[in-house]
Write a protein that binds this ligand. Structure first.
Ligand code: SAM
Ligand code: SF4
Length: 345
């Protein structure tokens, strides 16, 4: 194990079998320490904070794992107005955020014109702007880019095509791939990622996920443990081992793609009270605190037990900074583009 980790740390290359071996190991401490060293060397001690606005909980899709799926009749739906989205972004900027992330279900109400108007207004605030609004046509992605969007988050969720299509029979794996390639070609910083612990998912397919992120290559990658939502078809699944496996995936990602941005995801904190701090110590360098108005947070329920749903943006900002500083790191003042640290920004 020591040799394999050393190889990954210096060459940033592993075979599928080697990744499977590391993911299966019972003593991941060496892996975590190596990921922390590589993180320090390639992205530094600064943590990039991205202000996350969850602006609509309507979704036309029916992903079996997600609480926002259209068949979940228990879900409370809300949609912020363009004015509310822009005001939330303005408040986030006042709190010091240098990146705004707009995330939602796939809500057809926000057509291309509406999205582009919102993007143009937010870009006037001198921030980097990330979108996470699902699968769109190439033309739509091009229009958002033209309006000023810098980055796009679209997890592949799993590279196991059969599993992917089983999790939403109406969605196509090829289209997901097409979206990621279009985004890359259009010049976005592309973020992808996996859900870890899906029923039927194997460590071999998780190894394929990592190799896929390296091949694209991604600029960011978020690893989220799968947390079952009771009002979905996967509601009775368990979460045993998902947290540890997600940490190993994050750490391996850091070794294979040393300079990318890796978020310590909110779902990690739902499964472990120190989940995001542990992730920051196993390779992660980004946190995406919620800046959505408190009254809507509970309704954006992808999974139960989401943390910070009772807090407001100012509280989350202060709380995250204190946590980050408690482990000897600091909030970076940079917009945090891929490679900024190595370029001295
Ligand atoms: N609708 C867009 C999409 O699917 O790309 C963006 C919003 S979606 C809610 C963001 C992410 O939430 C998904 O990529 C998925 O990985 C994650 N997610 C959904 N349900 C989840 C669950 N039960 N546990 C953990 N993460 C979940
Ligand atoms: Fe909709 Fe995204 Fe949830 Fe799928 S993961 S149901 S696309 S919000």
């Amino acid at each position: 194990m020591r040799l394999l980790i050393q190889k990954a740390q210096t060459s940033h290359i592993l075979t599928r079998d080697e990744i499977v071996q590391i993911l299966s190991c019972q003593e991941p401490q060496l892996l975590f320490e190596a990921a922390d060293r590589v993180r320090k060397e390639f992205v530094g001690d600064g943590v990039y904070l991205r202000g996350l606005i969850e602006f609509s909980s309507y979704c036309k899709n029916d992903c079996m794992y997600c609480g926002l799926r259209r068949s979940n009749t228990h879900a409370q739906r809300y949609r912020l107005s363009a004015r509310q989205i822009i005001e939330t972004a303005q408040e986030a900027v006042k709190l010091g955020y240098k990146t705004i992330v707009l995330q939602s279900g796939e809500d057809l109400f926000f057509d291309t014109d509406k999205m582009c108007q919102i993007i143009r207004e937010i870009k006037k605030l001198d921030v980097a702007l990330t979108l996470s609004i699902g699968e769109k046509t190439r033309e739509e992605y091009a229009a958002y880019k033209e309006a000023g969007a810098d980055r796009y988050l679209l997890r592949i969720e799993t590279t196991d095509k059969t599993l992917y299509e089983k999790l939403d029979p109406a969605m196509s794996f090829e289209n997901r791939m097409r979206c990621l390639h279009d985004l890359k070609e259009l010049g976005y910083e592309v973020g992808s990622g996996s859900l870890v612990g899906l029923p039927g998912q194997t460590v071999e397919s998780l190894a394929d996920d990592l190799l896929f992120f390296k091949k694209l290559p991604v600029d960011m990658a978020g690893i989220g443990p799968f947390i079952p939502h009771p009002h979905t078809p996967l509601g009775n699944e368990k979460t045993d081992g998902h947290f540890e496996l997600s940490l190993k995936m994050m750490a391996l990602m850091r070794l294979l793609l040393p300079d990318i941005n890796i978020p310590a995801t909110t779902a990690m904190e739902t499964l472990h009270p120190q989940g995001r701090l542990l992730a920051l110590q196993c390779g992660a360098n980004v946190i995406m605190p919620n800046v959505t108005y408190t009254e809507y947070r509970k309704q954006y329920e992808l999974y139960p037990g989401k943390v910070c749903t009772g807090d407001n943006a100012a509280h989350c900002r202060g709380c995250m900074q204190a946590k980050i500083e408690s482990i000897g790191r600091f909030v970076s003042p940079s917009k945090g583009f891929h490679g900024d640290f190595l370029r001295g920004n």
